[in-house]
Design a protein around this ligand. Structure first.
Ligand code: ZN
Length: 270
């Protein structure tokens, strides 16, 4: 089967679905200008504070980084927040939204991305599940409660290299160091309540829909949360990836970037 046949098949599934489950990994954000995570040109390396090298990325993705290196951790994640807010979600978000508007039950998003780009692109907050949490909310580092609060403009216009220990974000309740509300490695302090509520919304939505199509976009294989979830949902799977786009079972693998492949499907939809 050639690529154009696969694209037409994907378009047919989108056309006949009554709902679209969007399962998005890091590859979805790349076309908005966010670099992928790993490697010398990757996002994590670009965010490192002065004097740290690629070797230090590992320690800044462990949960205890906010206890052991609070200043470096906030320089790293403060810049991540700035970068995510500066990037505009690419046109693929709007294409998916338009396709979903033609279905009876619309779209639900399952994503490992913490950049909040689906909400920034106009997706309803109640139709998004961020399985690893989000940069857009903060929580207490201890944590003293399940309370979270919006990070909003916290880092806008701030020179993160000039942050001082006394100027780091603090818990609104107890005054301990605050941290972003997303899941790090070996993280027993992540406040998961928001994501748990999102799981409940997704479960209800999945019980409502009859003929969902699953569109998995840019989902990695190193931390395969998005792939595992996408494969667990009934309905045909459209897997869009630069590599590793093979699909077992009912589905089609489309090799390419998120925006290129979504645009090709949109053209086939007419
Ligand atoms: Zn606290």
């Amino acid at each position: 089967m050639n690529a154009s046949t696969d694209v037409r098949r994907a378009a047919d599934w989108v056309r006949s679905a009554d709902a679209i489950l969007i399962a998005a990994g890091a590859g979805m954000s790349v076309d908005s200008g966010l670099p992928d995570f790993r490697g010398t040109g990757g996002l994590w390396t670009a965010l490192l504070p002065a004097g740290m090298t690629e070797r230090d990325v590992g320690s800044l993705t462990q949960a205890n980084c906010f206890l052991e290196k609070p200043l470096a951790a906030w320089q790293f994640y403060g810049r991540a927040l700035q970068v995510c807010r500066q990037c505009t979600p690419h046109a693929g978000y709007a294409l998916l939204k338009r396709w979903a508007a033609r279905t009876a039950h619309g779209a639900f998003v399952f994503t490992s991305n913490v950049d909040g780009h689906f909400q920034a692109a106009g997706y309803d907050e109640s139709s998004v599940l961020e399985c690893h949490g989000t940069l857009n909310f903060l929580q207490c580092g201890s944590p003293c409660s399940n309370r979270i609060w919006a990070s909003d403009k916290l880092m806008d216009g701030i020179d993160v290299e000039a942050l001082s220990p006394a100027g780091l974000p603090r818990c609104m309740q107890c005054g301990e160091l605050a941290r972003p509300n997303f899941l790090l490695f070996d993280d027993s302090h992540w406040v998961a309540q928001r994501t748990s509520t999102q799981w409940e919304c997704l479960s209800i939505w999945l019980r409502t829909v009859q003929r969902p199509v699953v569109i998995e976009i840019g989902a990695g294989t190193v931390v395969p949360s998005v792939r595992i979830f996408a494969e667990s949902v009934r309905g045909p799977l459209i897997r869009i990836n630069l590599d590793n786009s093979d699909v077992a079972g009912q589905g089609v693998g489309l090799t390419g970037s998120a925006l290129d492949v979504l645009s090709a499907i949109d053209a086939a939809l007419g």
